[in-house]
Design a protein around this ligand. Structure first.
Ligand SMILES: Nc1ncnc2c1ncn2[C@@H]1O[C@H](COP(=O)(O)OP(=O)(O)O)[C@@H](O)[C@H]1O
Ligand SMILES: [Mg+2]
Length: 196
């Protein structure tokens, strides 16, 4: 098992199962928490992440296949490819918009919707990852915050952000019902961001 990433909340290992590459996401123990609470929290969050991924998949959102869930560990299919952040382009952003629409239409906010949490496969398909902060919600505000986070991360990534943002919106527009409401709310969220 090879450690390929260490974040504040989780360690990501790459391993093999029956000759196939897999990923194990293991939530890190926090020594400042009461030990039994810590175990419960890590197990609960791991299960929740898996539940949200299954729900997203049912809504047509491409996510890695879940292979196993136990205690603080989530075992998923390894997705070959690069982060969307490293291969930004208009048609991929439109696809990402369609995926965000499907996610929101399934009643899920990702809560960290950045091009670092989407992988692009060699055949140019996008796979959404990292449901660690995601939540079930029907609040337009939560969907608008997803879009706000994405827009901010595009702005910080590239001077070409405006074209990419427009491409994203073209895909997100497939959410006919949500689109108008979410965009209207985004204006409010952005105004608040400016005065913070
Ligand atoms: N299924 C996967 N296939 C390939 N790489 C993955 C997969 N899941 C995670 N990774 C890699 O590990 C990194 C961190 O995973 P992520 O779930 O985003 O953890 P964190 O919650 O700590 O951000 C990702 O940016 C990606 O590079
Ligand atoms: Mg991440």
């Amino acid at each position: 098992m090879e450690l390929i990433y260490k974040g504040a909340e989780a360690e990501i290992y790459k391993a093999e199962l029956l000759g196939l590459p897999i990923i194990i996401k293991r939530r890190i123990k926090k020594s400042y928490r009461n030990p039994s609470l810590d175990i419960r929290l890590r197990r609960g969050r791991t299960r929740k992440e898996a539940r949200l991924m299954r729900r997203a998949l049912l809504g047509g959102v491409p996510v890695p296949a879940i292979l196993d869930v136990w205690n603080d560990s989530l075992m998923v299919e390894y997705i070959e490819g690069s982060k969307l952040a490293n291969s930004l382009g208009s048609s991929l952003m439109t696809e990402f918009g369609r995926i965000a629409c499907k996610l929101h239409s399934s009643g899920i906010a990702h809560n960290d919707l950045t091009p670092y949490n989407a992988l692009v496969t060699p055949d140019d398909k996008i796979c959404l990852i990292d449901f660690g902060l995601a939540a079930y919600t029907h609040k337009i505000e939560d969907y608008a915050v997803d879009l706000y986070v994405l827009k901010r991360s595009l702005i910080s990534l590239t001077d070409e952000w405006e074209t990419l943002w427009k491409s994203f919106l073209r895909g997100y527009k497939s959410c006919q019902e949500l689109f108008g409401k979410v965009i209207k709310r985004l204006v409010v969220v952005e105004a608040r961001g400016r005065y913070k």
